[in-house]
Each structure stands twice: as C-alpha cells, then as structure tokens.
Design a protein around this ligand. Structure first.
Ligand code: NAD
Length: 477
C-alpha cells in the first residue's frame, strides 16, 4: 500500500522472447492515470523483436503441439500457481497502469486464473462421424500454430489470460501484445512464466499500434485474437487477409438495458448501477444506454443517484476507493466532450459525484437524463463513468430503439416477471442478453458480439475450439 507521497519504485519489466528477458533502446513511457505522471518506461519492440519472437514461436509450436493435451493443461496450471504467488505484485502494477482500485485489480487476476483452471479441465473432442466396415472418419481439432494476442487497456491481464489459456491448451504458441497504455503487468507475467514454460511458447512484446499492425501481417503468425475497438477490429480484418489469418475479434459494445414497468427500482438499482459503471464505465459489455418507462423514470434516477452518492473516486492504491480514474487522457477528454455535447443538446446531468482535482484523470460519476438517440453520448460507446437514461412509453418502441445500433455485444431486460423478461430478452439483438443482471461472464459460457461487435467467441469449449482448425481423418477399411 502506498500513498501519493510514498509511491512504490517499479522495476521495468522487459520483453519475453524465447524464454529470456529482453530490453531494447526504444521505450514506451507508461503513465499512471491517477497522477498523470510517467511511473515506468518499458521496451518498445520493433520489427526485429517481432521476427525473433515469431521464429521462436513457430519453432516451439512443433514441440508444443505434440505434447499430450493433459501435459499442456499441467503447464497451464503451473502458470496459474506462479501468478497466484505473485498476485500482490501484479495487482499493484495493474492499479498503477490502469487506475482501478487494488482490490479490483486482484479480482481481475483471480477471475483470469479461474478461466485458466476451466481451460485446464477442458479436453479437445474427437468427433467420430463414421466407424463401420468400410471407413472410420474422425473430425479432429488441431492447433492453428502461432497466435498473436492483441489486447486493450481496460482489463489488461484478464484479456491476455483469456487468450493465453485456451490458445496454449489447444496446442498453439502465443505472442501477446498488450496496449501501449497498459503493458506493464502483462510484461511481468511474461517474465514470471519464463521459469515454467518452454522457450517460445509464450512471449510478450510491448509496443504501439504499429507493432500490432505488424503482427497482423506477419507470415509466421496464423491467428489473431484481438480485443479492442471496432475501428481497429476492422483494420485487422483487412490487414490480416493477405495471409488469411484466423480471427477472433472482441470489439466494442453499446449495450442497452430496458427496465420493464413491473420492475422494482429499489431491488434492481444496485445491479443496474454496477452494470453500467463498474471499472469506471470502461467495460466492453457494460450497460451503456438505459431505457426506463416514462412513468418510473424519476424513481429509477433517484435510486441510481443514491448509490452513486456513496461511490468514492480516487487513487486506486488508497484504501476505501471504489472507482479509479479514467485510464488515459484521450479517453478522459472524449468522455467530457460526450457529456458536454449531450447537455448542450438538452440532456440534463441530474447527478455529478465528487472526484479529486487533477492532475490525475478523475471523472465524477455522471448520471444523465432526458437523453435521446441523436446525442453521441447515446449513439456511441462512451466507455467512461457516465450513464445516459432514456425514457419510453411503448415497449415495442423501446425494443426497436435498443436494437437500432450496428453493435450487438450485450443487452439486458429488468423485470420482476422472469417469463416476461425472458420473452423481451429474446427480441434483443446481442451476443448475450441478460435478465436482471448485466454483464455476467463465466468460463463455461461463450462470450462474443454479434453485428459489428465482433467475430467469434471467447470462453467455453466454443472459445477453446476457436484456437483450432478442423482436420478430418478418413481411414478406408
Ligand atoms: P484499440 O483498438 O485502440 O487498441 C487495442 C489494441 O490494438 C492495442 O494493443 C493497440 O496497440 C492495438 N492496435 C491499434 N491499431 C492496430 C492495428 N491497426 N492493428 C493491430 N493492432 C492495433 O482499443 P482500446 O482503446 O485499447 O480499447 C477500448 C476498446 O476495446 C473499446 O471499444 C472496448 O469496448 C473494447 N473492448 C472490447 C472487449 C470485448 O471483449 N468485446 C473487451 C475490452 C475492450
């Protein structure tokens, strides 16, 4: 635990290439969003480091894929053990680079490890299509080869671990490229696993967008698993086409939640609030537009404001802080301008919480009413601690407004009547539709977006199989 006056000294982690820690002359300065100061500088990998890592990954893939699945699963469990032993160190790095409170940073890592444990218990099925006197036909799931895992800055370790776990169990080797805003904990993870995984199996390269682009065109990389913005997802789809890479794209969301007129605001308020505003609103499948019946709007707004008033915003390394800063200055400015645009178009900020003065990127919890779809705050993904509330008088019209988006990551319905809630949920266009919760993710349940929120899924057996190709075996008898 540190205070603003006694900040911990951080040793810069290096790249992990072929089982070794590597430093280069170019660096990325990493800013602590709670102080707006650079707290560590890490390597900025270039084409040379990528080539070395890709060659090592390609070589290691031959041995790694030949290991029995059970052995790869054992390695993954060793990774879990090592990360658990270092969880305090990793959580502090996450808080310093991402901003979230320490307890949430620990929670992020623990959650990632539960996913790894689940993948370590999943087998790759062999489906027997036919086994008769004439022929035996099997559908086998074989590794794709080398996976480039590119991640965003909101959950740096969780997003990386979501990719590493299934990719390794499926028999691939992995090169992780974290966001240049939050590379530190992921680099440290790479260093920690050097002691347990064979060289080349898991490598970490920090670098900017250019490095990400280079991964997507590299001839030795067979698949890109990407979490980030819709814009980048589309660029990746285009750039990886020249080498026909397999793709999993987890992109942005603009999730709508519809409260039905039978819901009790007092019962749902806390889940609604945290559905939209956990992780400082920087959650891909967070609740980003809330539709409420006109006649209940006041009650819901009041219930949400009461919860918001209890939320302590501050430096995530301090005790008692519930919400940290926005992760970076560009995003902070964007959130401010979305709120300013909405208010100048007639929306009303009915609650604005307390937040420390800068230089950190602290933004008050902001609840906005009289919002409409012609405001960018509603049309676009705000990705910050701001929740716009829209009213409706006709439920069919609310469903149509919720669906009127190019994005389709998540959505939710809130009702005291499960059957009615489930029936309305069936009309919403999203990769996951929740009833009376938002978002809730589990290792054994697929997660992904429809429409322009993504391609493919992560988690569950479906997520594991996304790291494989189908290879059919036909034996004539
Ligand atoms: P971003 O797209 O700007 O960057 C993500 C990563 O892509 C970074 O590592 C970046 O360096 C890299 N990158 C940038 N340009 C690239 C290119 N042309 N080719 C290859 N790599 C490139 O996204 P961000 O701002 O870091 O993250 C926020 C976004 O991520 C939000 O839209 C959010 O909804 C989304 N997100 C989605 C999920 C999900 O699971 N669906 C989860 C978390 C975040």
């Amino acid at each position: 635990m540190s205070t603003l006056d006694e900040r911990p000294t951080i040793t810069a982690p290096g790249l992990t290439i072929e089982g070794l820690t590597v430093f280069v002359s170019e660096v990325i300065d990493v800013v602590n969003p709670a102080t707006a100061e650079v707290f560590v500088s890490v390597p900025d990998a270039g084409a040379e480091e990528l080539d070395r890592a890709a060659e090592a990954a390609h070589d290691a893939a031959q041995t790694w894929r030949a290991f029995p699945v059970a052995l790869r699963q054992e390695f993954l469990l060793k990774l879990v053990e090592v990360v658990r032993e270092h969880i305090d160190e990793l959580a502090l790095l996450l808080t310093l680079e991402q901003g979230k409170p320490l307890a949430k940073a620990r929670g992020e890592i623990e959650s990632g490890l539960r996913y790894c444990e689940a993948f370590a218990a999943m087998d790759l099925p062999i489906e027997v299509v036919r086994d008769d006197a004439g022929e035996r036909i099997e559908i086998r799931h074989v590794p794709v080869g080398v996976v480039g895992a590119i991640t965003a800055w909101n959950y740096p370790l969780l997003l990386a671990i979501w990719k590493i776990g299934p990719a390794l169990v499926a028999g691939n080797t992995v090169i992780v490229k974290p966001s240049p805003f939050t590379p530190v904990a992921t680099l440290r993870l790479g260093e920690l696993v050097q002691q347990i995984l064979p060289p080349g199996v898991l490598q970490v390269l920090s670098g900017g967008d250019e490095l990400g682009r280079a991964l997507t065109t590299h001839p030795l990389i067979n698949k890109i698993s990407f979490t980030g913005s819709e814009r980048t997802g589309k660029a990746i789809m285009a750039s990886s086409s020249s080498t026909l890479k397999r793709l999993t794209l987890e992109l942005g969301g603009n999730d709508a939640g519809i409260v039905l007129d039978d819901a009790d605001p007092a019962v749902i308020a806390a889940d609604l609030y945290w559905g939209g505003l956990s992780n400082c609103g920087q959650v891909c499948a967070g609740l980003k537009r809330l539709y409420v019946p006109e006649l209940m709007a006041w009650e819901i707004e009041d219930a949400l404001a009461q919860i918001a008033a209890t939320v302590v915003v501050g430096d995530g390394t301090r005790d008692g802080v519930d919400m940290g800063p926005i992760q970076n200055k560009t995003q902070f400015d964007r959130v401010e301008s979305l709120v300013a645009g909405a208010t100048s178009d007639g929306a009303d900020v009915f609650f604005s919480g307390e937040a420390p003065e800068g230089p950190g990127y602290f933004h008050p919890v902001t609840l906005v009413r009289n919002a409409t779809e012609d405001m960018a705050l509603v049309r676009e993904e705000q990705f910050g601690p701001v929740l716009p509330i829209l009213t409706y008088s006709n439920l069919d019209e609310a469903v149509a407004r919720a669906n009127a988006s190019d994005l389709g990551l998540g959505a939710s319905v809130w009702s005291a009547d499960e059957e009615r809630g489930t029936q309305i949920a069936g009309r919403l266009e999203a990769g996951t539709v929740w009833v009376n919760q938002h978002p809730m993710l589990s290792p054994d349940v697929p997660f992904g977006g429809i429409k322009q929120s993504g391609l493919g899924v992560e988690s569950s057996l479906h997520g594991l199989l996304a790291y494989t190709d189908i290879s059919v075996l036909r034996v004539k008898r």
